[in-house]
Design a binder for this molecule. Structure first.
Ligand code: SAM
Length: 240
């Protein structure tokens, strides 16, 4: 089941307090929500479940998060299409199937603190927040970090903490993390992220330059194990 939103403070680069209740909705907004819920059900069935994502908690989370609120207004009509979309500043919100595939591969529970590198629109963080205890997410483009924090705050995702910065160094103040997700592709896995992965923890990360593979990394008592899932195409992991 989708976890209820918690009340409390939304940590943003700005560490703002957030009211837990959603604002009163006018009839037009309710109608928009009913339509978007129907688009989401179809998206989950045809784009995600049909391609092999079966974890009910992941499917519930994908059905619950209003993706149309994370895309630019001019692209709202395409929010539930089977593709990545531009979010400005040369960046993208990932295709719904890829978000679901990565979320399922991460294997998140409400006992987990999750670090995400590459906040972008904030959509993936919102999906993770339905499953995790807390989500810490870092975005290198300041305007995107601010906008994602504002969107997450407006929608009441109170267990998501957004920070602006270069995610290469992780977020040591909150480490170790049971789960880490990276949504931009580095040529090699940043060593600080492996260091900040808890014992028994798991990371999902697209790795490579011209050829990229979704990669699952696990920290086991025997060492760090790595396996690939599917070929992917992500924006590059950049550095400051
Ligand atoms: C494919 S987009 C992420 C999509 C995002 N997860 C969402 O749900 O909208 C990749 C993001 O990673 C960011 N990024 C790239 N390198 C980064 C780094 N070193 N640290 C933090 N963010 C980074 C980009 O600016 C971009 O916003």
């Amino acid at each position: 089941m989708v976890r209820r939103l918690q009340g409390g403070a939304l940590g943003v680069a700005l560490w703002l307090a957030v009211p837990s209740a959603l604002p009163f909705q006018r009839p037009a907004q309710q109608a928009d929500d009913a339509a978007s819920q129907s688009h989401r059900s179809i998206m989950v069935e045809r784009q995600i479940h049909a391609r092999g994502v079966t974890d009910p908690a992941v499917l519930d989370a994908m059905a619950a998060v209003p993706r149309h609120r994370f895309v630019p207004d001019t692209l709202r009509a395409q929010a539930y299409a089977d593709r990545a979309l531009p979010i400005g500043l040369d960046q993208t919100i990932s295709q719904p199937f890829i978000v679901a595939h990565m979320t399922e591969a991460l294997g998140v529970s409400d006992a987990h603190d999750v670090l995400e590198i590459g906040t972008g629109s904030g959509y993936q963080a919102a999906v993770l927040s339905q499953l995790a205890r807390n989500v810490y997410t870092i975005e290198i483009v300041p305007a995107l970090a601010r906008r994602a924090a504002a969107t997450l705050k407006a929608l009441g995702y109170s267990n998501v903490y957004v920070r602006e910065g270069d995610g290469y160094a992780g977020w040591p103040e909150h480490a170790p993390f049971e789960r880490i997700m990276v949504t931009a592709a580095p040529a090699r896995v940043p060593p600080p992220l492996i260091d900040q992965l808890a014992a028994g923890g798991r990371m999902v990360i697209p790795v490579g330059e011209r050829e990229q593979w979704m990669t699952i990394i696990e920290k086991t008592p025997e060492g760090v194990a790595e396996r690939r899932t599917i070929p992917v195409m992500f924006v590059p992991f950049t550095r400051r």
